[in-house]
Design a protein around this ligand. Structure first.
Ligand code: COA
Length: 381
């Protein structure tokens, strides 16, 4: 006879369970640390390229290493002509979400990467740099096609984040916007065994290749409980704004959401129960953009503050980083469906670091399941 064990509620979703070691990142209630450096220190004093080097190469770059790294990335930004054809075909469909387009783009890139099936350390470093450099080009090309504009070539005179904004719009960003994008990518770059990174590590643990693991990670990040929350958080603010325009108010909207047991997007976190270290940093930078935009920008931060106040008072739940990221990207004029792809542009650094760490000391990830199905029975009845 088969026995079934009762499943404790808090064990679902691997909550509270430590499932492995990593040297890359530490996440806990009081701090977020990338390879020994605290997130507030990195956001204030490092650039995204420096953080990317820290995560992928494994140490803080010397000035000459940083120059070489940046030069190398600038030279790797082009994407194959065949991929541009595919993007022109799928991006305007109105069906394909930019995350799905990006997943296809990364999969396509794998077919032209000379190292694709090579899981050695040297080959994986080369692949990680190519992915880091080429993902902004895919995002930008897709957005320009969606907008009915002629895509622009990556600009080697621009740093990583300024080039990303250039590729998405065909306009050179001002210093503040480039800096704010840089900070957001630093904050999004790494977060230990979150759902997408864990997905990537599971795929890597079968000794599959880096591109396959990154495609799987993109699929996991796309969901609204994970990276997709930055888009949903902004859509929720737009919904509240429309509700207010029809005579309602924020408190009434929230009460209705609580009554319906609806999840408020951009709130809550599996680990951070007393607030997300990244959220305050992102809000400060995003607010600067809003001030520059004027009342049309500031109104989204005022509304967001009201939502956060009610959520804390009524539910004791804090906003996570996706909430201010959604607001920030919105006041920067970035189309909402591109917010999660921007998360990919950052997190690909963390994913690649974890895929490499998994491959260097691998044992297949294969947990057990607690069977809760029918008792043993005969097929013939
Ligand atoms: N809105 C409303 N209620 C929420 C909530 C939210 N955003 N986040 C958590 N809660 C509630 C849960 O429903 C749960 O209530 P219950 O005990 O009555 O069932 C309680 O708070 C505890 O939830 P918790 O165990 O902390 O959630 P989790 O660890 O399983 O899930 C998230 C974490 C992030 C998936 C969850 O908070 C969520 O869905 N947030 C919205 C999506 C989001 O912003 N994702 C980005 C995360 S960085």
């Amino acid at each position: 006879m088969t026995t079934t064990m009762p499943k404790p509620k808090d064990a679902r979703g691997l909550a509270g369970q430590t499932i492995g070691d990593t040297e890359i990142c530490s996440v806990n209630q009081t701090s977020l640390i990338y390879r020994g450096y605290e997130i507030a220190d990195l956001a204030a004093n490092a650039t995204f390229e420096e953080v990317a080097h820290l995560l992928i190469v494994g140490h803080k770059a010397s000035p000459s290493e940083l120059k070489d790294f940046k030069d190398e990335l600038r030279g790797l930004r082009e994407i194959p002509e065949g991929l541009k054809t595919v993007l022109r075909e799928i991006a305007p469909s109105g069906v394909a979400h930019p995350m799905a387009i990006l997943r296809t783009g990364v999969s396509y890139l794998s077919h032209f990467d000379p190292d694709v099936e090579d899981n050695s350390s040297d080959a994986e470093h080369r692949k990680a740099k190519r992915l880091l450099a080429q993902i902004p080009t895919i995002i930008g090309y897709g957005q320009m096609v969606r907008d009915g504009k002629t895509p622009v070539d990556p600009d080697p005179s621009l740093d990583h984040c300024a080039n990303l904004l250039w590729c998405m719009s065909g306009e050179r960003p001002d210093e503040l916007r480039a800096k704010v994008m840089d900070v957001s990518l630093i904050l999004y770059a790494e977060h230990d065994f979150n759902a997408s990174t864990f997905t990537g590590r599971v795929i890597a643990s079968t000794m599959s290749d880096m591109h396959s693991a990154v495609c799987g990670a993109i699929g996991a990040l796309k969901g609204e409980l994970h990276g997709g929350a930055n888009e949903k958080a902004m859509e929720m603010l737009q919904e509240i704004d429309a509700y207010i325009a029809e005579g309602g108010n924020t408190a009434a909207f929230m009460q209705k959401a609580f009554d319906e047991k609806r999840k408020l997007m951009g709130f809550g976190h599996r680990v951070y129960k007393n607030g997300d270290h990244r959220a305050g940093i992102m809000r400060e930078w995003g607010y600067q953009v809003a001030e520059k935009v004027g009342p049309e920008g500031l109104k989204w931060f005022a509304l967001g503050d009201e939502v956060k106040r009610i959520m804390l008072e009524e539910k004791s739940i804090h906003a996570n980083v996706d909430f201010p990221c959604g607001q920030t990207y919105y006041v920067m004029g970035i189309p909402v469906p591109q917010y999660t792809p921007l998360f990919v542009a950052a997190r690909v650094t963390g994913w690649c670091a974890h895929i490499m760490e998994q491959h260097r000391d691998n044992r297949i990830i294969r947990p057990l399941a607690n069977y809760s199905g029918p008792e043993l029975r005969s097929w013939q009845g």
